[in-house]
Design a protein around this ligand. Sequence first.
Ligand code: SAM
Ligand code: DTB
Ligand code: SF4
Length: 328
Amino acid sequence: MNEFLSRAEALYQKPLMDLIFEAHQVHRTHHDPHEIQKCTLLSIKTGGCPENCSYCPQSAHYETGVDRHGLLDLGEVQKAVNNAKSSGAQRFCMGAAWRSVKDGPEFDQVIEMVKMVKESEMEACVTLGMLTLSQAQRLKEAGLDAYNHNLDTSREYYSKIIQTRTYDDRLDTLKSVRKAGITVCSGGIIGMGETPRDRCALLAELASLDPQPESVPINLLIPVEGTPLAESESVDPLELVRTVAVARLLMPQSRVRLSAGRISLSKEAQVLAFFAGANSIFLGEKLLTRPNPARDADEALLESLKAGPGLTQVSAHGSSDVSALGSV
Ligand code: SAM
Ligand code: DTB
Ligand code: SF4
């Protein structure tokens, strides 16, 4: 852990150009720099959660105006799975606002949902709160590929954000997930008032998991009215880029997901985050309860990564044929 922490701190403080250059080189050695994984999110059980995570619109501790909804039925999930598949999603992630999984008919229904996702040949991921080893084993048998459970922030800052369960509870769940042979998806949030040192400590904590998480979601706080973090100061997008770059360097093989908060980022900031090592996003106009970029904005984002436009194109100022320039 300490070795990762000192590395993270040294990297985070580097001149930005050096940091992203280094991160991009490592990115290219381990990943196809042209490929961005497309994931879709579905909230299968919304609101009324007994935990008090200070950022979360779904916590029952705060008045946030989120409409509570019990577990979706299988027909509703099938529709969402079909839509995701036809829009080109590779991974389908389902989230439930639970403190922990309880054995019984609701968990049985989630098992059926996982099987549905697998039948449509997408990767299946769920995030259901805390989990025991036997529950993880049942999810694995149903075909689950990944379990998302975030550490969220540094061990030191965590108790300022959540008081209803501990950092070690989270690490225990990740242990069960790993032991059951499910891949680990774990990351955090930036913009909750943490220091750059907290960001480094979070990344060091994730990097010291052995093996390292296969997926690392980096969420930018979406401040939600009614939560204790509603008035949080927004983070400079370049701090997010730094965080992504350090994640890439500490965890060369992991997929780094630019998760919540893309809606507040320019196309250019997102492209810079991809250059620094992010290679996964959520598509679709809603995350769990909060908005995500519109479909046309994301199409434009992904299009902008492809080969450059032809040299003859119509600009706002009319036709500009570059091949004609030489003859002026
Ligand atoms: N209840 C489960 C749990 O906490 O493990 C799963 C759902 S929970 C909503 C999944 C993750 O969403 C959280 O760990 C947090 O990182 C992220 N999240 C929730 N609210 C957010 C917000 N307002 N801004 C950014 N990320 C948020
Ligand atoms: C993750 O790290 N981010 C996603 C996913 N894992 C489940 C969730 C983001 C939620 C944003 C707030 C909302 O939509 O309610
Ligand atoms: Fe509940 Fe998860 Fe929200 Fe925390 S983040 S309040 S556990 S839904």
